[in-house]
Each structure stands twice: as structure tokens, then as C-alpha cells.
Ligand binder design. Structure first.
Ligand code: SF4
Ligand code: SF4
Length: 324
């Protein structure tokens, strides 16, 4: 092993892995806190992407350290993941539970001013909560932030990976800001960080009506295609304007005739047919085929880049689809 690799392994062992592990333990402590909504027996385990990436690179001499997320961003990411849990005692002791329409408008405006591009509202299902996590409320404000197209077009590349991590970071900051905003206005809130988080975000975003899942398992939004990162803020506000319909279900039909992401995936990691697990959760990819390539190639993202919804306006694709 070269000196540089030895040094990097040491840094991972002494700094990165213990720090990430501590944050995961802190997140898991939410399941022991009072009044938390807990996962179901058949809820999914969370796959801890940064930790698993580091472990794979660390243990496999063929894997280059250069393809890992930029370490400079790690302190901010971890700091905001910790804030999700550590800020919970700041919730008001007698929170309000009804918001006026004016306040809800103000909330959406505030979210936009914090850098969030799309806001939706949904009821969280217990099956969507990750094992070992607890969530304070099942009223969810769903947040989507755009990922830069110029950088995404270069995928897989270091600039793409850096941009993705920066988007995670910006959205994590925004989610905490929104939780803080709610607390200051007398409402109880818990932020959900985009990196991992406490629950599955794609089904939550679909319930909020802000998009539909594609064959690669990722959300397609009318505004940005797949180029979004998702997060949530869970709140005690009981009268959120929940979405009644999702107008994007036609995308399933479109996807069935498209399949570009399946053909372009370099490791054949996207299933021809999605699978419904016992929990009701739908699985779209083979993790064991995707993950090593993902780690070795700056988070890959080819299946995001090639999707037509990134390249053509949603309305045009829908019009062509509707006209057969
Ligand atoms: S990230 Fe890359 S390897 Fe993984 S499913 Fe998408 S295209 Fe395939
Ligand atoms: S590339 Fe095609 S099949 Fe894959 S998610 Fe996009 S529209 Fe659906």
C-alpha cells in the first residue's frame, strides 16, 4: 500500500468513520425518545451511503479515494444531521396545531427564500420510516431542491459528485432553517436531512403530488426531471393542505415504452420489472450491481443524466404521450 493510501486509510479510520458512526447513533436515539412515531416491523433499513462508500474504498485497494465525496463538505453535512436531533428540545412546550392560510403561504415563501425549489405536503406513513428511527410528527412538508444541469450533464465526474454533495448540504441547511422558522412561530417541527434522513422520501414526494417515480427508482418532477434532492420537515401543523391527487401517474406508462435508463446503465443494475417487497416497498435496482460502480465513478448518476425528462420540457413529453 502506498504512503498516500495508508495516510488516507488512517484518516478514514480515525476521523471520518467514527464521526459518521456517531451521527448515525444520534439519529437512532430518536427511536428511544418519548412521543415519537416509530417504524413498522416491515419498514426498510436505511442504507448509509457515505459510510458504506468509505468502507468499500477503505477495504478495497482497487477503489480510488478520489471518487469519494469531498471531505471538506463532511463537517457541514454531519453538523446539520446532528442539528436535526439536537434542536428537538427547542420545540415550544405548548405548540399550536392549526395554521392560517396566510401563515402557510408565508411558510412556502420562507422555504423558497431558503433555496427550496418545490414544496408539497403529505401524510407520512409508518412503513416509510426507517428502522431504528423515530419521527415526531406525521404531517410532512416535502422539499425538493434542483441539482445543476451543467454539472449533471458531465456525470460521472468529480464536478458532478461535488455538485450533488453541495446540493445535499444546502438542502440540509434549508430543512433545519424551516424547522427553526416553525418553532419561532409557535409550531413544533423536526427537520429531515436529505442525506439518508429518517424516512423514504420518494413515496412521500409522490403522496405530496410533486412528481412520480421513474423506472430507475428516482423521482421525476415536472420542473427538473430527476435533477432534485429531497428532504422533509415533519410538523405538528394538523391542517397542512395535503395533496389529494397526483397528476403525474401517466409517467409509469411513458417509462414502460422508454427504458433509456435501463439500457444506458453501465452495470445493468436497473430491473426490467420493479419488485414489490413484503413491506409493500418497491425496489427498482440491484444494489450489489450499482453500488461498486457508483463508488468507483463519482456517484455515477448516468441514470439521472440520460432521462428524457431532463432534456425536454415535461409539457412536451406529456403532449406527445397523450397524442399517442
Ligand atoms: S447510478 Fe449508475 S450504476 Fe447505479 S443504477 Fe444508475 S446508471 Fe446504473
Ligand atoms: S429514462 Fe425513461 S424509463 Fe428511465 S426513468 Fe426516465 S423516462 Fe422512465
Amino acid at each position: 500500500m502506498g504512503i498516500k493510501r495508508k495516510l488516507l486509510v488512517k484518516i478514514m479510520d480515525k476521523i471520518a468513520i467514527p464521526r459518521i458512526t456517531k451521527v448515525i447513533e444520534l439519529e437512532n436515539s430518536t427511536s428511544q425518545m418519548p412521543d415519537m412515531i416509530l417504524p413498522m416491523e416491515n419498514s426498510p433499513d436505511r442504507f448509509n451511503i457515505p459510510l458504506e462508500m468509505i468502507k468499500l474504498v477503505r477495504s478495497n485497494p482497487k477503489m480510488p479515494f478520489r471518487s469519494l465525496p469531498p471531505m471538506r463538505i463532511l463537517p457541514s453535512l454531519l453538523g446539520n444531521m446532528k442539528k436535526v436531533v439536537n434542536s428537538l428540545p427547542e420545540n415550544p412546550s405548548n405548540p399550536q396545531i392549526e395554521a392560517t392560510p396566510e401563515f402557510l403561504e408565508e411558510l412556502v415563501e420562507f422555504a423558497h427564500s431558503a433555496g427550496v425549489d418545490v414544496v408539497g405536503f403529505a401524510k407520512l406513513q409508518r412503513e416509510e420510516i426507517f428502522k431504528e428511527k423515530g419521527i415526531l410528527h406525521d404531517n410532512a412538508i416535502v422539499l425538493a431542491m434542483e441539482m445543476d444541469w451543467d454539472k449533471m450533464e458531465q456525470a460521472p465526474s468529480k464536478p458532478t459528485m461535488n455538485m450533488i454533495m453541495e446540493t445535499y448540504n444546502d438542502l440540509g441547511i434549508a430543512a433545519n432553517k424551516i424547522a427553526e422558522f416553525l418553532r419561532k412561530r409557535g409550531f413544533s417541527a423536526m427537520a429531515g436531512h436529505p442525506l439518508g434522513g429518517m424516512s423514504l422520501y420518494t413515496p412521500l414526494a409522490m403522496s405530496a403530488g410533486i412528481g412520480w417515480v421513474g423506472r430507475n427508482g428516482l423521482l421525476i418532477t415536472p420542473e427538473f426531471g430527476h435533477r432534485v434532492r429531497l428532504a422533509a420537515v415533519y410538523t405538528g401543523i394538523s391542517n397542512l393542505p395535503l395533496a389529494i391527487n397526483n397528476n403525474h401517474s401517466w409517467i409509469s406508462d411513458y417509462c414502460s415504452t422508454c427504458g433509456i435508463c435501463i439500457r444506458k446503465c453501465p452495470t445493468e443494475a436497473i430491473r426490467e420489472e420493479s419488485i414489490i417487497q413484503d413491506s409493500g416497498r418497491v425496489t427498482y435496482t440491484y444494489l450489489d450491481k450499482c453500488f461498486p460502480y457508483f463508488v468507483e465513478n463519482y456517484g455515477c448518476s448516468i441514470c439521472i443524466k440520460v432521462c428524457p425528462f431532463n432534456r425536454q420540457p415535461y409539457s412536451k413529453i406529456k403532449e406527445r404521450h397523450d397524442n399517442g
